[in-house]
Design a protein around this ligand. Structure first.
Ligand code: G3P
Ligand code: MG
Length: 237
């Protein structure tokens, strides 16, 4: 399975509606995206802690209300073709996914540990409000606090632990979370590590692989899903 990373980060400004449309057009059935809270506690789709890299503004995402975030341009940093692209809410995004029958890997992006529980609570409310189908969702996070809170408030949703370190030492500790998957940085994955993860009953997902010539090797190691900036290239391969 192929998932577009931040939508399709090589084809459009990351984590925007244009990026999700590009991923959809490329034939990807899954899209990975990042969510965090605005100052007025609305889950929005954005990766970095600040708006500096991907908008024409400056400052912490958490200091902007949703309407202030919407007033920023998150397209022109990528290319003039996308001038006027707006930051969107998780709610708008979920509706787009439902209209287009897309599967979502929703990453709970926690920049500071105290953000974890309020963010998960807000995400849980939005998912319930739009009645997003559980079978089309995997929630993932680097944050163990966020995953633990997801497990408490949304026990039936599949959870993935994201890491750029060997996950094996953590698996015992994470058992109470009843994880569905481990999402590993492809750069650190080795065949024996992959086997131990899949032998433990967890699905193996890798990020962010952009070299399509490596896809078959990872598949032969039991990788179930590849998260890539280039879903167009990987879907065709
Ligand atoms: O979800 C996998 C991957 O997106 C984690 O890293 O920094 O791209 O959110 P990052
Ligand atoms: Mg991510």
């Amino acid at each position: 399975m192929i998932a577009g990373h931040r939508g399709a980060a090589s084809l459009a400004p990351e984590n925007t509606l244009s990026a999700f449309k590009k991923a959809l057009q490329s034939g990807a059935k899954w899209i990975e995206l990042d969510t965090q809270l605005s100052a007025d506690k609305i889950p929005v789709i954005f990766h970095d802690e600040t708006v500096d890299r991907c908008t024409n503004g400056e400052g912490l995402v958490a200091d902007f209300t949703f309407s202030q975030l919407q007033a920023l341009d998150t397209g022109s940093w990528f290319s003039a073709v996308f001038i006027g692209e707006q930051i969107i809410s998780l709610e708008q995004t979920l509706l787009f996914f439902m209209e287009n029958d897309l599967n979502m890997n929703l990453e709970i992006k926690v920049h500071h540990s105290e953000q974890a529980e309020p963010l998960v609570d807000a995400v849980s409310k939005v998912l319930a409000k739009v009645n997003f189908p559980n079978e089309k969702l995997i929630i993932s996070s680097f944050s163990e606090l966020a995953l633990a809170h997801c497990h408490r408030v949304m026990p039936s949703i599949r959870l993935g632990y994201i890491t750029d370190k060997n996950p094996l030492i953590k698996l015992e500790k994470l058992k109470p979370l009843n994880l569905y998957s481990v999402h590993i940085d492809h750069k650190i994955l080795e065949e024996t590590m992959a086997k131990k993860v899949t032998d433990s009953g967890l699905k193996l997902i890798i990020w962010t692989l952009n070299d399509v010539t490596q896809a078959d090797k990872f598949r032969s190691w039991g990788v179930e899903m590849i998260i890539t900036d280039k879903p167009d290239v990987f879907v065709k391969a």
